[in-house]
Design a protein around this ligand. Structure first.
Ligand code: ADP
Ligand code: MG
Length: 303
Protein backbone atom coordinates (compact mmCIF):
# COMPACT_ATOMS: atom_id res chain seq x y z
CA UNK A 1 0.00 0.00 0.00
CA UNK A 2 1.15 3.51 -0.76
CA UNK A 3 0.99 6.63 1.39
CA UNK A 4 0.43 9.24 -1.32
CA UNK A 5 1.14 12.08 1.09
CA UNK A 6 4.70 10.86 1.79
CA UNK A 7 7.73 10.56 -0.46
CA UNK A 8 9.27 7.09 -0.73
CA UNK A 9 12.24 8.04 1.41
CA UNK A 10 9.93 9.46 4.09
CA UNK A 11 7.89 6.25 4.03
CA UNK A 12 11.04 4.18 4.52
CA UNK A 13 12.05 6.48 7.37
CA UNK A 14 8.74 6.13 9.23
CA UNK A 15 8.54 2.39 8.66
CA UNK A 16 12.04 2.07 10.07
CA UNK A 17 10.99 4.16 13.09
CA UNK A 18 7.99 1.91 13.70
CA UNK A 19 10.08 -1.25 13.46
CA UNK A 20 12.60 0.19 15.90
CA UNK A 21 9.82 0.66 18.43
CA UNK A 22 8.60 -2.89 17.89
CA UNK A 23 12.14 -4.21 18.21
CA UNK A 24 12.42 -2.44 21.57
CA UNK A 25 9.39 -4.17 23.06
CA UNK A 26 11.02 -7.41 24.29
CA UNK A 27 13.84 -5.36 25.81
CA UNK A 28 11.39 -3.05 27.57
CA UNK A 29 9.69 -6.15 29.02
CA UNK A 30 13.05 -7.60 30.05
CA UNK A 31 14.20 -4.48 31.90
CA UNK A 32 10.87 -3.28 33.28
CA UNK A 33 10.80 -3.13 37.09
CA UNK A 34 14.59 -3.52 37.31
CA UNK A 35 17.15 -1.14 38.78
CA UNK A 36 19.71 0.10 36.29
CA UNK A 37 22.61 2.19 37.55
CA UNK A 38 24.00 4.66 35.04
CA UNK A 39 27.28 6.48 35.51
CA UNK A 40 27.17 9.67 33.57
CA UNK A 41 30.29 11.67 33.30
CA UNK A 42 33.25 12.98 31.53
CA UNK A 43 32.92 14.94 28.38
CA UNK A 44 29.40 13.93 27.34
CA UNK A 45 28.14 16.01 30.25
CA UNK A 46 29.69 19.21 28.89
CA UNK A 47 27.77 19.11 25.59
CA UNK A 48 24.37 20.80 26.01
CA UNK A 49 22.62 18.88 23.20
CA UNK A 50 23.92 15.53 24.46
CA UNK A 51 22.94 16.44 28.02
CA UNK A 52 19.37 17.16 26.89
CA UNK A 53 19.20 13.83 25.06
CA UNK A 54 20.58 12.05 28.12
CA UNK A 55 17.83 13.55 30.32
CA UNK A 56 15.15 12.54 27.84
CA UNK A 57 16.53 9.00 27.68
CA UNK A 58 16.51 8.73 31.47
CA UNK A 59 12.91 9.99 31.51
CA UNK A 60 11.96 7.44 28.87
CA UNK A 61 13.42 4.57 30.92
CA UNK A 62 11.29 5.64 33.87
CA UNK A 63 8.18 5.90 31.69
CA UNK A 64 8.55 2.29 30.54
CA UNK A 65 8.85 1.02 34.10
CA UNK A 66 12.63 0.82 34.51
CA UNK A 67 14.26 2.37 37.59
CA UNK A 68 17.25 4.41 36.45
CA UNK A 69 19.67 5.51 39.18
CA UNK A 70 22.11 8.16 37.97
CA UNK A 71 25.58 8.55 39.49
CA UNK A 72 27.50 11.40 37.93
CA UNK A 73 31.17 12.22 37.61
CA UNK A 74 32.75 15.59 37.02
CA UNK A 75 36.42 15.03 36.23
CA UNK A 76 36.79 17.71 33.51
CA UNK A 77 34.73 20.26 35.47
CA UNK A 78 36.68 19.61 38.70
CA UNK A 79 39.91 19.84 36.70
CA UNK A 80 38.87 23.23 35.29
CA UNK A 81 37.93 24.61 38.72
CA UNK A 82 41.21 23.42 40.27
CA UNK A 83 43.13 25.05 37.44
CA UNK A 84 41.19 28.25 37.99
CA UNK A 85 42.13 28.22 41.66
CA UNK A 86 45.72 27.26 40.77
CA UNK A 87 45.54 24.02 42.77
CA UNK A 88 47.76 21.29 41.32
CA UNK A 89 46.34 17.79 40.88
CA UNK A 90 47.99 14.42 40.30
CA UNK A 91 46.51 11.10 39.26
CA UNK A 92 47.57 7.61 40.29
CA UNK A 93 46.01 4.66 38.43
CA UNK A 94 43.28 6.96 37.09
CA UNK A 95 42.38 8.33 40.54
CA UNK A 96 42.87 11.93 41.64
CA UNK A 97 45.06 12.49 44.72
CA UNK A 98 42.75 14.63 46.88
CA UNK A 99 44.06 16.86 49.68
CA UNK A 100 41.85 18.90 52.03
CA UNK A 101 41.72 21.91 49.70
CA UNK A 102 40.90 19.71 46.70
CA UNK A 103 38.10 17.80 48.42
CA UNK A 104 36.33 21.14 49.08
CA UNK A 105 36.48 21.97 45.36
CA UNK A 106 35.33 18.45 44.46
CA UNK A 107 32.33 18.73 46.80
CA UNK A 108 31.43 22.17 45.55
CA UNK A 109 31.59 21.24 41.86
CA UNK A 110 29.83 17.88 42.25
CA UNK A 111 27.04 18.66 44.69
CA UNK A 112 26.31 22.31 44.06
CA UNK A 113 26.94 22.56 40.37
CA UNK A 114 26.80 19.33 38.36
CA UNK A 115 24.23 17.49 40.47
CA UNK A 116 21.79 20.42 40.35
CA UNK A 117 22.24 20.78 36.63
CA UNK A 118 21.43 17.12 35.93
CA UNK A 119 18.42 17.25 38.25
CA UNK A 120 17.15 20.36 36.45
CA UNK A 121 17.69 18.84 33.03
CA UNK A 122 15.76 15.68 33.93
CA UNK A 123 12.95 17.73 35.46
CA UNK A 124 12.77 19.92 32.35
CA UNK A 125 12.43 16.76 30.27
CA UNK A 126 9.39 15.76 32.30
CA UNK A 127 11.04 13.34 34.75
CA UNK A 128 11.11 13.68 38.55
CA UNK A 129 14.72 13.71 39.65
CA UNK A 130 15.79 13.70 43.30
CA UNK A 131 19.17 15.08 44.30
CA UNK A 132 21.47 13.12 46.62
CA UNK A 133 24.97 13.87 47.87
CA UNK A 134 26.88 10.70 48.66
CA UNK A 135 28.29 12.25 51.85
CA UNK A 136 24.86 13.11 53.32
CA UNK A 137 22.62 10.73 55.31
CA UNK A 138 25.38 8.08 55.21
CA UNK A 139 24.44 7.41 51.60
CA UNK A 140 27.97 6.31 50.66
CA UNK A 141 30.03 5.22 53.67
CA UNK A 142 33.71 4.99 52.90
CA UNK A 143 37.09 4.21 54.34
CA UNK A 144 40.28 5.85 53.17
CA UNK A 145 41.51 4.07 50.06
CA UNK A 146 44.66 1.96 50.50
CA UNK A 147 46.76 2.36 47.40
CA UNK A 148 50.10 0.89 46.49
CA UNK A 149 51.85 0.75 43.14
CA UNK A 150 54.79 -1.27 41.93
CA UNK A 151 57.97 0.80 41.52
CA UNK A 152 58.87 0.59 37.82
CA UNK A 153 62.58 -0.08 38.50
CA UNK A 154 62.59 -2.40 41.50
CA UNK A 155 59.01 -3.74 41.13
CA UNK A 156 58.67 -3.31 44.92
CA UNK A 157 55.16 -2.23 46.01
CA UNK A 158 55.14 1.34 47.28
CA UNK A 159 52.33 2.80 49.41
CA UNK A 160 50.80 5.99 47.97
CA UNK A 161 48.83 8.37 50.18
CA UNK A 162 45.80 9.33 48.07
CA UNK A 163 44.52 11.81 50.68
CA UNK A 164 40.74 12.07 50.88
CA UNK A 165 39.96 9.37 48.31
CA UNK A 166 37.39 6.97 49.66
CA UNK A 167 36.67 3.31 49.07
CA UNK A 168 32.93 2.64 49.55
CA UNK A 169 32.13 0.15 52.32
CA UNK A 170 28.37 0.56 52.68
CA UNK A 171 25.42 2.13 50.85
CA UNK A 172 22.24 3.39 52.49
CA UNK A 173 19.99 1.37 50.18
CA UNK A 174 16.81 2.49 51.98
CA UNK A 175 17.34 6.07 50.91
CA UNK A 176 17.59 5.11 47.23
CA UNK A 177 14.76 2.58 47.39
CA UNK A 178 12.40 5.09 49.04
CA UNK A 179 13.18 7.58 46.28
CA UNK A 180 12.40 4.97 43.62
CA UNK A 181 9.16 4.02 45.37
CA UNK A 182 8.07 7.65 45.22
CA UNK A 183 8.51 7.51 41.45
CA UNK A 184 11.68 9.59 41.54
CA UNK A 185 14.94 9.25 39.66
CA UNK A 186 17.83 9.40 42.17
CA UNK A 187 20.77 11.53 40.97
CA UNK A 188 23.78 10.88 43.19
CA UNK A 189 27.08 12.75 43.56
CA UNK A 190 30.07 10.46 44.20
CA UNK A 191 31.14 11.75 47.59
CA UNK A 192 31.57 9.59 50.64
CA UNK A 193 31.60 9.99 54.41
CA UNK A 194 33.87 8.12 56.82
CA UNK A 195 33.19 7.06 60.42
CA UNK A 196 34.66 10.36 61.68
CA UNK A 197 32.34 12.43 59.49
CA UNK A 198 35.00 13.53 56.99
CA UNK A 199 33.99 13.94 53.35
CA UNK A 200 35.85 11.92 50.71
CA UNK A 201 36.16 12.02 46.95
CA UNK A 202 35.04 8.74 45.37
CA UNK A 203 35.76 7.86 41.76
CA UNK A 204 32.35 8.06 40.11
CA UNK A 205 32.70 4.67 38.40
CA UNK A 206 33.60 3.06 41.72
CA UNK A 207 30.61 4.71 43.41
CA UNK A 208 28.21 3.65 40.64
CA UNK A 209 29.48 0.07 40.67
CA UNK A 210 29.26 -0.21 44.45
CA UNK A 211 25.71 1.17 44.43
CA UNK A 212 24.76 -1.25 41.64
CA UNK A 213 26.18 -4.16 43.64
CA UNK A 214 24.50 -3.04 46.85
CA UNK A 215 21.09 -2.65 45.16
CA UNK A 216 21.59 -5.86 43.16
CA UNK A 217 20.87 -3.84 40.04
CA UNK A 218 20.30 -5.77 36.85
CA UNK A 219 22.68 -3.57 34.90
CA UNK A 220 25.48 -1.12 35.31
CA UNK A 221 26.12 1.32 32.46
CA UNK A 222 29.28 3.41 32.50
CA UNK A 223 29.09 6.24 29.97
CA UNK A 224 32.43 7.63 28.93
CA UNK A 225 34.29 9.46 26.16
CA UNK A 226 35.57 6.45 24.21
CA UNK A 227 33.76 3.71 22.29
CA UNK A 228 34.38 1.19 25.10
CA UNK A 229 37.44 -0.88 26.00
CA UNK A 230 39.90 -0.66 23.12
CA UNK A 231 42.48 -3.40 22.53
CA UNK A 232 46.18 -2.99 21.69
CA UNK A 233 45.20 -2.11 18.09
CA UNK A 234 42.64 0.45 19.31
CA UNK A 235 39.84 -1.85 18.18
CA UNK A 236 36.68 -2.05 20.27
CA UNK A 237 36.33 -5.17 22.43
CA UNK A 238 32.57 -5.66 22.19
CA UNK A 239 32.21 -8.24 24.93
CA UNK A 240 34.25 -10.18 27.46
CA UNK A 241 33.67 -12.23 30.57
CA UNK A 242 34.96 -11.45 34.06
CA UNK A 243 37.85 -13.88 33.75
CA UNK A 244 39.10 -12.19 30.59
CA UNK A 245 38.49 -8.72 32.09
CA UNK A 246 40.75 -9.65 35.04
CA UNK A 247 43.43 -10.78 32.61
CA UNK A 248 43.50 -7.60 30.51
CA UNK A 249 43.66 -5.33 33.58
CA UNK A 250 47.43 -5.65 33.71
CA UNK A 251 47.96 -5.20 29.98
CA UNK A 252 49.83 -2.07 28.87
CA UNK A 253 46.92 -0.92 26.67
CA UNK A 254 44.68 -0.45 29.74
CA UNK A 255 45.60 2.74 31.57
CA UNK A 256 44.26 5.88 33.24
CA UNK A 257 40.55 6.10 33.93
CA UNK A 258 39.84 2.82 32.11
CA UNK A 259 41.39 0.82 34.97
CA UNK A 260 38.91 1.81 37.70
CA UNK A 261 36.11 1.28 35.16
CA UNK A 262 37.08 -2.33 34.48
CA UNK A 263 37.72 -3.07 38.19
CA UNK A 264 34.28 -1.58 38.93
CA UNK A 265 32.55 -3.78 36.35
CA UNK A 266 34.26 -6.91 37.70
CA UNK A 267 33.33 -6.05 41.32
CA UNK A 268 29.73 -5.26 40.43
CA UNK A 269 29.25 -8.53 38.55
CA UNK A 270 30.83 -10.50 41.38
CA UNK A 271 28.26 -8.89 43.69
CA UNK A 272 25.37 -10.08 41.54
CA UNK A 273 24.87 -7.40 38.88
CA UNK A 274 23.97 -9.32 35.72
CA UNK A 275 25.83 -7.23 33.22
CA UNK A 276 28.05 -4.17 33.09
CA UNK A 277 28.70 -2.08 30.00
CA UNK A 278 31.20 0.64 29.17
CA UNK A 279 29.76 2.82 26.43
CA UNK A 280 30.34 5.94 24.43
CA UNK A 281 28.40 8.80 26.01
CA UNK A 282 29.31 11.00 23.05
CA UNK A 283 26.87 9.05 20.87
CA UNK A 284 23.31 10.40 20.93
CA UNK A 285 20.91 8.14 22.83
CA UNK A 286 23.69 5.70 23.74
CA UNK A 287 21.66 4.31 26.66
CA UNK A 288 18.67 3.56 24.44
CA UNK A 289 20.86 1.91 21.82
CA UNK A 290 22.52 -0.23 24.48
CA UNK A 291 19.34 -1.31 26.25
CA UNK A 292 16.75 -1.53 23.52
CA UNK A 293 18.48 -2.77 20.40
CA UNK A 294 19.67 -6.19 19.37
CA UNK A 295 23.39 -5.57 19.26
CA UNK A 296 23.92 -2.87 21.86
CA UNK A 297 27.01 -0.68 21.68
CA UNK A 298 30.24 -0.41 23.65
CA UNK A 299 31.85 -3.19 25.68
CA UNK A 300 29.66 -5.61 27.60
CA UNK A 301 31.13 -7.47 30.56
CA UNK A 302 29.30 -10.51 31.87
CA UNK A 303 29.87 -13.48 34.21
P1 ADP B 1 35.41 9.29 32.52
O1 ADP B 1 35.29 10.74 32.80
O2 ADP B 1 34.37 8.78 31.58
O3 ADP B 1 35.54 8.44 33.78
P2 ADP B 1 38.24 8.71 32.17
O4 ADP B 1 39.19 9.66 31.50
O5 ADP B 1 38.36 8.54 33.64
O6 ADP B 1 36.78 9.14 31.70
O7 ADP B 1 38.40 7.26 31.50
C1 ADP B 1 38.28 7.07 30.11
C2 ADP B 1 39.63 7.17 29.44
O8 ADP B 1 40.40 5.98 29.65
C3 ADP B 1 39.61 7.29 27.94
O9 ADP B 1 39.35 8.59 27.50
C4 ADP B 1 41.00 6.83 27.53
O10 ADP B 1 41.88 7.92 27.40
C5 ADP B 1 41.48 6.01 28.73
N1 ADP B 1 41.88 4.64 28.36
C6 ADP B 1 43.02 4.04 28.78
N2 ADP B 1 43.13 2.80 28.28
C7 ADP B 1 42.04 2.59 27.51
C8 ADP B 1 41.59 1.48 26.69
N3 ADP B 1 42.28 0.36 26.57
N4 ADP B 1 40.42 1.62 26.04
C9 ADP B 1 39.71 2.77 26.11
N5 ADP B 1 40.09 3.84 26.85
C10 ADP B 1 41.24 3.77 27.55
MG1 MG C 1 37.09 8.48 35.28
Amino acid sequence: MKFDFLSESDQAYFIHKASTLVEALPYIRQHSGKNIVIKYGGHAMGDIKLAQKFSKDIGLLKEVGINPIVVHGGGPQIGAMLKNKKIKSNFVEGLRITDKETVKVVEDVLSNDINQKIVNDINLSGGKAESFSGNKDNLIEVKKLDMSIADSDSNIEKIVDMGFVGQPININNDLIEESIKKGNIPVISPLGIDSKGDTYNVNADTAAGFIAGSLKASKLLLLTDVAGILDENKKLISSLNVEKAKKILNEKFISGGMKPKIITCIDAIEKGVKQASILDGRISHSIILELFTEHGIGTQIYT
